[in-house]
Design a protein around this ligand. Structure first.
Ligand SMILES: *[C@@H]1O[C@H](CO)[C@@H](O)[C@H](O)[C@H]1NC(C)=O
Ligand SMILES: *[C@@H]1O[C@H](CO)[C@@H](O)[C@H](O)[C@H]1NC(C)=O
Length: 154
């Protein structure tokens, strides 16, 4: 009885270790780990750092479009998180925030990575852009919503 319990315990521990190490390997090596350069349908480019083991990443965002066409764009920093709850690395969801360095505004993105039949990855995202209202009475006017699809560059 007790020896079979011990054996069961050993098997469970081994399985846990294997899946834990396997999960980390997938995060580092697999499709949809987000690291690298991505381009959206408007030509904006973002570069994402390697993820840490909790799925945190940082990066830069170079937009080709602005809500105010008088602005001169500058590469802006971002930080985000890939949710690693699921073992299926090809179905992961993520979110990140871009801190625009050329205007008083921020954009939060949420999205999911999908691997296509030919193996290419696509990031389906939805964003909220928050601009600055001169007064609280104007608060209502300063949030925009949109979508972007990113594909991997190179
Ligand atoms: C956010 O952008 C501002 C400039 O608008 C910059 O001064 C600040 O360092 C940025 N923050 C981060 C975390 O990059
Ligand atoms: C402030 O504006 C946002 C949209 O920009 C809106 O969703 C929110 O309800 C507004 N807050 C108030 C108190 O009206």
């Amino acid at each position: 009885m007790s020896s079979s319990n011990t054996r069961l315990g050993t098997v469970l521990l081994s399985l846990t270790l294997i899946s834990w190490i396997g999960g980390y390997e997938c995060l580092v090596n697999s499709k949809c780990n987000l690291e690298g350069k991505w381009k959206n349908e408007l030509g904006s480019i973002m570069t994402l750092s390697p993820l840490d083991k909790n799925g945190f990443f940082t990066g830069t965002y170079h937009t080709t479009v602005t809500a105010n066409s008088n602005l001169v764009t500058k590469e802006s920093p971002l930080m985000g998180n890939l949710n690693v709850f699921t073992a299926d690395t090809q179905q992961r969801v993520f979110g990140f925030l871009v801190n625009w360095t050329f205007s008083n505004s921020v954009t939060s993105f949420v999205g999911q990575c999908f691997v296509q039949k030919d193996g290419t990855e696509r990031l389906q995202t939805t964003w909220l852009l928050r601009g600055s209202a001169a007064t609280e009475e104007d608060n209502w006017s300063q949030t925009r919503v949109g979508t972007n699809v990113f594909t991997r560059l190179n």
